[in-house]
Design a protein around this ligand. Structure first.
Ligand code: C2O
Ligand code: CU
Ligand code: CU
Length: 469
């Protein structure tokens, strides 16, 4: 079968039969592109007990249909693939019980949440099969789209690939006040973008050797919210997409095929100062972006959303032929004033090292029993991330929301002026960020910093730090 490639980039055919295999009963093939409707992850239910919102997550095995003629063995949270969206308000007290129903250990980490080390769900918070772990969190941060995924030592990449991931949305006074679309699943649509590779029996084909470790595992099947090449129907009005790059290793350059413009309003950890008009933007693994697309002049039209790097459509957007509702965007969104360079008391340098068959940071590979940095709580620091390698690495830090200060001494891009927790450091680039940690993390439950190409993280491009009062 022919896959849709962006016409403006020329037509590159994909071998649809590459993984087609005749077995005794069936033929495995790609599903027809844009034949399945986008599914929006359900909101996680909770109970309120003594003023605390209590969530129950079950990490489980399942089978999921991505291809014709095969069911793929997958992992999911409260379902067979991916998990529900946890949605909370700033200042909420929450408790999340995580049950591990797998046959192997796992952990669940809240990527983008500012939580104390003991609730962070990093590699030390192992949940054995058939046991549970609980995280208590006092939400205290700006409105954002965060997410959750496993973080067990050497297992993160494979467990995320199998399907353990979900969104974690935080609302606050600003997000409620701002005139932006906010009806979940209607005009406020989450998109978890991932790619997968399959073997000829229709099972996920994870890491096969050193090449996959060095390059990261990518695939030729692209999923949005677990559906390959979905279509979505929207009203002719402004639509908000909350996008997570949940891929293990693929960097996307997201765009509309016809160059239709849109506005980015938020990055990883906060709104931007003001909406930024774009035709495309880079989103690396672990990063999030919220965009507003005005479809009010496109009633009855069809658009293709996709990736300009891979030159491939990922989703078909059908604008309904109904009465348009034009709207205007707020001129300003959020100014974060508390990150002032002059406040920084300390500077640390992190050099990302990549040699043949070896990945590390500052010359060391991640070791569970070695603490690499000791940081003081509530103290601003400059972290300088140097990438002497030719390949880009998305650098992520636990327990904080940071501000990007500079890229190779130059100002950051206009769509990265809000708070972040993951920054793509391009080959031969040096990026400075300003971090601050408002919770403690002890040596028994330290925080991590690492490359968010999960194969790099699992291979040792990660370090641990504690935060002390
Ligand atoms: Cu997305 Cu250390 O995590
Ligand atoms: Cu994280
Ligand atoms: Cu990397």
């Amino acid at each position: 079968m022919k896959r849709r490639n962006f016409i403006k980039f020329g037509s590159v055919l994909m071998a649809g039969s590459l993984y087609a295999k005749k077995t005794n009963k069936n033929i495995i093939s790609f599903k027809e592109q844009f034949s399945e409707a986008l599914v929006v992850p359900p909101l996680a239910s909770y109970e309120v007990k003594n003023g605390t919102k209590v969530f129950n997550l079950n990490v489980q095995k399942g089978k999921t249909s991505f291809l014709n003629g095969a069911l793929t063995d997958t992992y999911g949270v409260n379902g067979s693939f991916l998990g529900p969206t946890i949605r909370v308000q700033n200042r909420d007290k929450i408790l999340i019980h995580v049950k591990n129903s797998l046959d192997e250990i796992t952990t669940l980490h809240w990527h983008g949440l500012k939580v104390k080390g003991s609730s962070d769900g990093g590699p030390h918070s192992v949940i054995k099969p058939n046991t549970s772990w609980s995280a208590d969190i006092d939400i205290n941060q700006r409105a954002c789209v965060a997410w959750y995924h496993p973080h067990a030592m050497h297992k993160t990449g494979e467990q995320v690939f199998k399907g353990i991931a979900g969104l974690f949305i935080i609302d606050d006074e600003d997000s409620k006040k701002l005139a932006l679309p906010k009806e979940y699943g209607i005009d406020d649509i989450p998109l978890v973008i991932q790619d997968r590779r399959f073997d000829n029996t229709g099972q996920f084909m994870y890491k096969q050797g050193m090449h996959d470790t060095m390059m990261g595992v990518t695939g030729n099947v692209h999923l949005i919210n677990g559906i390959s090449d979905p279509f979505v129907e929207v009203e002719p009005k402004a639509i908000r997409f909350r996008i997570l790059n949940g891929a293990n290793a693929r960097i996307y350059n997201l765009t509309f095929e016809d160059g239709h413009e849109f506005y980015q309003v938020a990055g990883d950890s906060s709104f931007l100062p003001k909406p930024v008009k774009l035709k495309n933007f880079i989103l690396a693994p672990g990063e999030r972006a919220e965009i507003i697309v005005d479809f009010s002049k496109l009633a009855g039209k069809t658009l293709f959303w996709g990736d300009a790097i891979n030159k491939r459509a990922l989703m078909k957007v059908i604008v309904k032929n109904t009465k348009p509702s034009p709207s205007t965007l707020p001129k300003t969104l959020l100014h974060v004033n508390d990150y002032d360079n002059a406040k920084a008391v300390n500077k640390r340098v992190f050099e990302l090292n990549m040699r043949m068959g070896w990945l590390g940071i500052n010359g060391k590979q991640m070791a569970m029993d070695r603490i690499d940095e000791v940081v003081k709580k509530d103290t601003f620091e400059i972290w300088e991330i140097k990438n002497p390698s030719p390949r880009p690495h998305p650098f992520h830090v636990h327990g904080t929301a940071f501000k990007i200060i500079s890229r190779n001494g130059q100002k950051p891009l206009s769509n990265e002026l809000g708070l972040k927790d993951t920054v793509l450091v391009y080959g031969r680039e040096t990026v400075q960020i300003m971090v601050v940690f408002n919770h403690e993390a002890s040596k028994n439950r330290p925080y991590m910093y690492h490359c968010h190409i999960l194969e790099h993280e699992d291979a040792g491009m990660m370090g641990q730090f504690v935060v002390e009062a």
